[in-house]
Design a protein around this ligand. Structure first.
Ligand SMILES: Cc1cc2nc3c(=O)[nH]c(=O)nc-3n(C[C@H](O)[C@H](O)[C@H](O)COP(=O)(O)O)c2cc1C
Length: 182
């Protein structure tokens, strides 16, 4: 097992703690290099059975992004780029995953968390969106048959003086979230 140097561990933990959903973004484009850095991080997310059944569909085309927003009520931000995490259903079926297999949904979450954190680590703002019409997004992005769009990661440069992120309640402590078994 490789060990993590203490300063690296502290940097990773600081990034985890400071990442917040960004819903106000500037018009500045996101460079191809930055997008590739985020996408490369995504392939390191853990996946059920190590099968990698998700696919990342990227767009930074302003016209496509505009239409994407129109079919995504949950997309409050005007992103400069978006990565749509899709599940490749035919591929999943070929590996024996039924459509309702929990692992397929969990994999979307691990990919999303990894992309969000990677974006934050390189100074981009990012926010997940699941409130969208799956059928419409499939058409807008011209997805191959059987690819289901599950979550869109919006990307952009955070707008200065943006409003504070949405809060559903106070951030729980790890003690609130944890039960120790005797
Ligand atoms: C599965 C999932 C779906 C989400 N969908 C949306 C969405 O459609 N629109 C949105 O603005 N935020 C969405 N969010 C972001 C949450 O609202 C956000 O993570 C939460 O308010 C906590 O904020 P924080 O991540 O900045 O701590 C989603 C988050 C998750 C995990």
């Amino acid at each position: 097992m490789t060990t993590t140097r203490p300063e690296t561990a502290e940097a990773v933990l600081a990034a985890i703690r400071s990442r917040r959903v960004v819903r106000a973004m500037t018009d500045e484009p996101v460079s191809r290099e930055a997008l590739e850095t985020v996408l490369d991080a995504g392939r390191w997310a853990p996946t059920a059975g190590n099968r990698h059944l998700q696919r990342f569909v990227v767009t930074d085309d302003p016209a496509t992004l505009r239409v994407l927003r129109m079919v995504s009520p949950g997309m409050i931000q005007r992103p400069a780029a978006a990565i749509t995490i899709c599940t490749d259903r035919p591929r999943a079926a070929a590996f024996g995953f039924p459509p309702d297999a929990p692992g397929l949904h969990v994999d979307v979450g691990t990919a999303a968390a990894t992309l969000l954190l990677a974006a934050h680590a390189i100074g981009l703002g990012a926010g997940p969106v699941t409130s969208f019409s799956r059928a419409a997004v499939a058409v807008v992005l011209r997805l191959p048959e059987g690819w289901v769009p599950e979550l869109v990661v919006c990307l952009g440069h955070p707008a200065p003086g943006a409003p504070a992120p949405m809060r559903g309640g106070p951030r729980l402590t790890w003690r609130d979230l944890t039960t120790w078994m005797p």
